[in-house]
Design a protein around this ligand. Sequence first.
Ligand code: SF4
Length: 378
Amino acid sequence: MSVATESAPFELAPYKSLENDELSKRIEDVRKRLGSKLLILGHHYQQDEVIAHSDLRGDSYQLSQMAAASTDCRYIVFCGVHFMAETADILANRPEKLAERDSARVTVVLPDMAAGCSMADMAAIEQVEDAWADMSELIDTSRVIPVTYINSAASLKAFCGRHGGIVCTSSNARAVLEWAFERGDRVLFFPDQHLGRNTSLGMGITNEQMPVWDPYADENGGNSEQQIRDSKVILWKGHCSVHQMFRPEHVAMFREKHPGIKILVHPECPQEVFEIADEAGSTGKIIQTVQNAEPGTKWAIGTELHLVNRLKSEHPDQEIHFLSPVICMCATMYRIDLAHLCWSLENLEAGHAVNVIEVDDETTKWSLVALERMLQVK
Ligand code: SF4
């Protein structure tokens, strides 16, 4: 294959015509040459052929933390989506880490810049700032604690840091909300309304106390002034396009066809599904629940397709179904294929890194404030 000159980045197009075997071999060659300086991170929702080349597999926060903890690592190639690579950059290049490395940055690369997150994209910082300003005309925003799900842009994490708020994951959302209510009267929860609602309902907060703020509505996010004044949790009108697809009819169908089946879902699923599931929890909890189950257990799992298929092949002693007749996969993460991975790795090794994710200092500073608050929540 002909590639660019030494001084210019290699073009992506030629990589797209290579066979997977050739791409895999070249990826492994770069991994061998870069050794422990390189960490390829594979999110649980990533396709198998990419996961096969990853050094670490996990959820977004876990991966970023593990990569940041490495002392040798100088390059992170994140096979996930944009906000995950931002979090990796924030944690790997935080001031104390830079000091340990004499200011040398870890280069964080997202193999395809189009690998975004539809949920994260539903809350732009300008929209959140506008909403905050609008709310301040109705309620005392100094008593509102903004909480952002980790699946959000770094600018939103920084917003939370600046306004006394915090980040949460799907496994600590309840503890984070309790932390927030110890410090304020209300919570503004973004970008995922379902995680916010499902968690708050479990704490005794009612749907009437949880208006949904639509950033495209003309006034008050589409709510009356009284709804905002009576609120406990203001939910942002955002969702995950993958988990939103699971429906109560799917649960009913599996229960009818497979008596004794257990329904296991992620809390990003809508309330109607979350409430009738047998078990619910973060990606980590879903994996652990299946790992700990007795042979012969039947499951219908409501989370991303690649993860469910991997659980199926790793646990042949159990009967595992995907909780939908429709394919629900993270289409943006799926954009990262072997061609993009090989292309970004060879460019990285040749000294002209492409698709570098670098969060500016101010955003990093305030994001870290919100992330560190989360780490202190037990
Ligand atoms: S599964 Fe949903 S929340 Fe997760 S990265 Fe994909 S679109 Fe975003």
